[in-house]
Ligand binder design. Structure first.
Ligand code: GLU
Length: 330
């Protein structure tokens, strides 16, 4: 019999740490109140999967997470992964921004050891809560050798998603997580089954290491609609290094917003056209002459993933061509 893996479970809050008044409260409850020891205590059989050690790093809803939280989580996970007596890390997390934290870790951790971010849509106190099974599945994934080298994973609703693609796409249903090209695999009866691997570079194959990141540049997001006023663009770009412009359709820009966005680019703000459709590609020099305006485009990254990627890219370069290449590679 092979020795059990050593897994550290980091608690950060969220619905998985939530508590409702009654079991009928599937959507009304106090968020981030249960400690990670209490959450793990509800699945004693998880001890059969791995040797578990728990630590409480944060205790807050993930809607509050800013760049400082991302750095704190990344640094702690990196410290743990560097230890010989740690085989993998599971992070319990609110589901609201799980896709951003996971993508940040996917791009900045320098290890092949499994890292799994997990949350739940219903608190442990609710009927048919997904908290216990999601956490159990996340531990099963983190423990399994086939999860090595896949970057950061998000486990929910019996599915294993790559951090690059996963997005919370429903506000209350258990089946809330989607990857546009499908999950990497399933978890069943405490074991992962993989059918695909991440195609884009991550972890050991990126130029960003959490251990050398001290602070992160400011990148903002603006969501476009026909009545958006030029003043909003100048206000949001006043002290930003980058702007993800969430345009209509193929990242399109209303004619009265072209000048303010060109002005921002002239002031050195990196303007990236993205799409508010939720999926698909924004074609460079397609809907707008990006080359002439000094703008960038996402490849298929949704706005919140594009913000993470541009934030990291700007820690190393201001060169427009180099920044554009980053969107094609990660
Ligand atoms: N406030 C919660 C969060 O941490 C709600 C969502 C959840 O965890 O399901 O994101």
């Amino acid at each position: 019999m092979t020795a059990k893996a050593n897994i550290v479970v980091i608690g950060t809050g969220g619905t998985i740490a939530g508590q409702g008044k009654a079991s009928v409260n599937t959507s009304t409850y106090m968020c981030s109140v249960l400690g990670i020891d209490e959450i793990l205590g509800s699945i004693p059989h998880a001890g059969e999967l791995a040797n578990l050690r728990a630590e409480q790093l944060l205790q807050t809803g993930s809607e509050n997470f800013n760049n400082t939280h991302l750095l704190a989580i990344g640094n702690r996970v990196a410290e743990l992964l560097a230890r010989n007596d740690v085989d993998g890390v599971v992070i319990t997390h609110g589901t609201d921004t799980i896709e951003e934290t996971a993508y940040f870790l996917h791009l900045t951790l320098k290890s092949a050891k499994p890292v799994v971010v997990v949350g739940s849509m219903r608190p442990p106190s609710a009927m048919s809560s997904d908290a216990a099974l999601n956490l159990y599945d996340a531990l099963a994934v983190a423990t399994h050798p086939s999860s090595r080298g896949l970057g950061t994973l998000v486990v929910a609703n019996n599915e294993i998603h790559t951090a690059r693609d996963v997005v919370k796409s429903n506000s209350f249903k258990l089946d809330a997580f989607r990857s546009p090209y499908g999950a990497l695999g399933y978890v069943i009866e405490g074991a992962p089954r993989y059918y695909r691997r991440p195609a884009r570079a991550h972890t050991l194959d990126t130029p960003w290491s959490i251990t050398t990141l001290r602070s992160l540049p400011k990148v903002d997001i603006v969501y476009a609609y026909g009545a958006l006023e030029p003043g909003a663009i100048s206000a949001i770009t006043a002290n930003a290094r980058g702007l993800i412009y969430v345009g209509t359709g193929n990242g399109n820009v209303a004619s009265h917003l072209i000048d303010p966005l060109r002005d921002a680019a002239r002031r050195g703000v990196h303007v990236v056209r993205a799409s508010r459709t939720g999926s698909g590609i924004v074609l460079h020099n397609g809907a707008q002459p990006d080359h002439e305006y000094g703008w960038l485009t996402v490849d298929d990254q949704i706005p919140q993933k594009a913000r993470i990627l541009l934030t990291l890219a700007l820690t190393q370069t201001d060169d427009t061509a180099a920044l554009q290449a980053v969107f094609e590679r990660y």
